[in-house]
Ligand binder design. Structure first.
Ligand code: TTP
Length: 194
């Protein structure tokens, strides 16, 4: 891929780096640390868009060598009944999340934000995910694999939890952490790729 401007990925997520690498985009990684708690009354879409935008800004501020580069940041939440579920704190938290997702449909919202010296654009992609029923034993065994701990909604569709998913409508890559179709459009808009 012909790359015209330097890209900085403001993310510590190995999934986001893998997804960008998968499509042949080159980048350097400069993560930003952020308090991800929602504001009072904040809707899930507003939350993910704000967090993605703030991650990009924080990375640009902390790492002065991002000057002249385009910074990309992202945020993912699982949404059930309009409530945003982030990463689980412990087993009880994960079990509550997975129990609530069992045999139901939820949304995965992933926001992507691109920032350069002059402008910032943030978009949100929503995917519908249909889960089959999960037993308490399945949930306990799944927690023991370690997979749920660092993932929104306490599952990873790209891993063991792939077997819990009956179907999805929307973007698979967005559920994993970065919507590739929309990201490429943004990268073109910001002149990173042709
Ligand atoms: C629903 C789902 C989420 N996830 C992951 C994507 C994100 O990495 C994570 C949600 O946490 P995020 O806060 O969006 O991202 P992060 O903390 O991992 O990385 P950073 O903020 O530095 O960019 O959950 C999966 O890997 N698979 C899934 O099926």
């Amino acid at each position: 891929m012909n790359q015209l401007r330097k890209l900085v990925l403001a993310s510590a997520s190995p999934r986001r780096a893998e997804l960008l690498t998968q499509i042949g985009v080159k980048f350097s990684v400069m993560p930003a640390d952020l308090d991800e708690s929602p504001l009072a009354g904040e809707q899930p879409e507003a939350l993910v868009k704000r967090l993605a935008a703030e991650k990009a800004k924080a990375a640009a501020q902390v790492h002065k060598d991002t000057e002249g580069c385009v910074v990309l940041a992202s945020d993912t939440v699982v949404v059930l009944d309009n409530q945003a579920l982030g990463k689980p704190n412990d087993f009880a938290d994960a079990a509550a999340m997975l129990g609530a997702l069992s045999d139901r449909t939820h949304q995965v919202m992933t926001a992507v934000s691109l920032l350069d010296g002059t402008r910032q654009k943030t978009i949100c992609v929503t995917t519908q995910v249909h889960f089959g029923p999960l037993s308490a034993t399945q949930i306990a065994r799944y927690w023991a694999t370690g997979e749920p701990a660092d993932k929104a909604g306490a599952y990873g569709i790209q891993g063991i939890a792939g077997q819990f998913v009956k179907s999805i409508e929307g973007s698979y890559s967005a559920v994993v952490g970065l919507p590739l179709y929309e990201t490429v459009q943004l990268l073109q808009e910001f002149g990173v790729i042709e």
